[in-house]
Write a protein that binds this ligand. Structure first.
Ligand code: KIV
Length: 263
């Protein structure tokens, strides 16, 4: 199983890191059978599975439930779980309690967004023996302050700030940092400056690794496909076809057959 030590080694060796999200046991089982390096139980579960408009609806019990389902199905992959909105901003004790809940549910590490105002929390989590993944650029838990899901770091001042935050996350002890929706040149620059690996989503080709939402890459998400997504399957078409063939077989009395029935 991949560990934080491998993340560090992959960076040194220039070997790219692959990650996907997973939220439930059946899809996680398929990820477990693949060569993908690691799984994120992302707070995007609030949007993808629960139908919320943003990730701010994710809660610690929600994340723990989905983390436990994924961990039961995939014992052989490094598992990171997202600390949800505000869970690491309510004081140290509350943050550590949230981390405990996710780790006891099966996470090997946790991810959180940004650093300003919770640097001490990151240090405490790392000091407690739990690997922390940082996340800068488009930080969806701040969608209301950012004014929407939009590319970050296009202006020089904003780019400098993201670079500084990434350095701060490394200094605070993070083992890796997600770079979301930033110009490829900025992501490449951050990747060249940090000694910990960067994992990009909408950060261009020069990060140390990539992560996508599983439903996006399987092509089973909605009509809006962000520019950075590559659909590796047309799952919507495939699965709708299967349902329509099932429906047609029932209505034509072709399902179930004698072999699919008990005598
Ligand atoms: O919640 C999530 O899916 C994420 C990824 C986009 C990195 O944080």
């Amino acid at each position: 199983m991949t560990s934080v030590r491998d993340f560090a080694r992959f960076k040194t060796e220039g070997r790219k890191i692959s990650m996907v999200t997973a939220y439930d046991a059946w899809s996680a089982r398929l990820v477990g059978q693949s060569s993908v390096d690691a799984i994120l139980v992302g707070d995007s579960v609030a949007m993808v599975v629960h139908g919320h408009a943003t990730t701010v609806s994710a809660t610690v019990p929600m994340m723990a439930l989905h983390t436990a389902a994924v961990a039961r199905a995939v014992p052989n992959k490094f598992l990171v779980a997202d600390l949800p909105f505000l869970s690491y901003r309510r004081g140290l004790a509350a943050a550590i309690k949230a981390v405990g809940s996710l780790v006891r549910s099966g996470a090997h590490g946790v991810k959180l967004e940004g650093i300003e105002g919770h640097r001490h929390v990151i240090r405490q989590i790392v000091g407690s023996g739990v690997p922390v993944m940082g996340h800068v650029g488009l930080t969806p838990q701040s969608v209301n302050r950012l004014g929407g899901f939009r590319v970050q770091g296009r202006e020089p001042g904003a780019a400098d700030r993201i670079l500084r935050l990434a350095h701060d996350l490394e200094d605070a002890g993070c083992f890796a940092v997600v770079l979301e929706c930033i110009p490829g040149e900025l992501a490449a620059h951050i990747t060249s400056e940090l000694t910990i690996p960067t994992v990009g989503i909408g950060g261009g080709p020069c990060t140390d690794g990539q992560i996508l939402v599983l439903q996006d890459l399987w092509g089973v998400s909605g009509d809006h496909v962000p520019r950075f997504v590559r659909r590796y399957a047309d799952g919507n078409q495939l699965l709708t076809d299967a349902l329509n063939r099932y429906d047609a077989d029932i209505k034509a009395a072709r399902f179930p057959s004698a072999q699919e029935s008990y005598s």
